[in-house]
Design a protein around this ligand. Sequence first.
Ligand code: ZN
Length: 508
Amino acid sequence: MRIAIGQLWQETNTFNPLPTTRRDFEEFGILRGAALVEQMAEVNELGGFIQSLRRWPERPEIVGLVRLPAWPSGAATLDTYHWLRDELVGALRAELPVDAVLLALHGALAADGAPDVEGGVLQAVRAVIGPRVPLVATLDLHANITPLMVQCADALVPFHTVPHIDVVETGERGAALLRRVLIDGARPVTAFQKLPMVVPAERANTQDPTSVSYRFREQLQALEVNPRILAAGLTTVQPWLDVPELGSAVVIVADGDADLARAECASLATEIWKRRRDYLGELVPTEEAVRQAFQAQAGGLVVLGDGADSTNSGSPGDCTQILAELVKYDWPRPALATLVSPEVVEEATRIGMGGRRRGPLGGVRAPRWSQPLDFKAEIVRGFAARFVLSGHLGKNLAVDLGPSVVLRQGNVHLVVTSRAGPHFAPELFETAGLKPFEASVLVAKSPCGFRAAYQEKAKQIIMVRGAGCAPPDFWRYEYRHIPHPLWPWDEIASWQPAPEVRSFAFGR
Ligand SMILES: [Zn+2]
């Protein structure tokens, strides 16, 4: 028995003007064949696949196809999309025949002229393997599931958590579902409901009992305990995606029972629709947020959640709004912030450690929402921003943000990296020689996922209403391609679910 595994991972933000290209995937780290199976055995969804498959008594051969990851950023170029698809399909063709395919996808990758990349990729994979070979794909909770994706896969298995702390478990769920199909003869039938709604990420914390998402996560997990349900998912989508099929979705995969899948899907969709307003969060304008942080920091660390310039959400990470406020205060303990700027890193490295750099920085990667800030910097140190991410988004995930420096003005310490990455992670600050949990204030470029690292240790968390490519009040921005009506852009008086039901296995 030969089971092929592969990964295509990138979350697209179409407001970020910086295109995602082949180089972004190559810099993050492409792996092929046996090297993929060896090096990803304990990392994220692929690790979940590999560990599970190794425990099967049938001892299947794990066939590594290709791992194609890039950090969230702007839309991929069309050439990049074609290259990604051809890489995956080419690797699969070279390994035929296989008995099944397991893919770890994000689900919100968009390219210029091809808004549904994962749909296209699943279609291409299905064309190669034909209708009889099972194809199961895992997805991020912020995936934009399309009818094409549902049509081409036997089953889609989304994350259940935000912060995304179940990446490995989702891989295990995908492999377990495949085992039900391949070994036990389960017949996956998917009920799929697109909801005409998109919600902010800030309050969608599935681990917080006061958040509306907490209950939905519990319901999804309870559904999966039922042996007749193979997978249950709610994807609340990446909001900063100006594409024609944007919307949240519920997918319920049952074993042969179309009525059960349809009923559970409709019931959950109805409830989510009713609770949509509960996702709207409280946000504090930048100036006020920093003022509040200064007042509160005496009692401990204050974390400012910067959703608008969240590098986790595909923002470019060089917005200077919060930084401009931070430098106005005399912080008793360090104030920590980050910036993405290969140019500043290069210039500071040229000047040398201990030297001074004057002049503007930041505000150039998405100039529509930010401007350069005059920062009188002492160049404190240079370092390689290479570390292993575990927590939100990652389990043993190696990331490399390139050559980096720490600049300082007063007690504001600015970590400047060459590339965007998890610009919230304590590991990033620690690699820079700073102590995130002992700071007065820390800016986390993330709308919600950062809570996995800071919720327990911070004195206070303040969500900032900033401007940028991933704004929390996205519906006030100009979208050109989204469908209408779509809440909260449009008020919708009444809505009823009518799930689509799809099955591959019945043709087998
Ligand atoms: Zn996500």
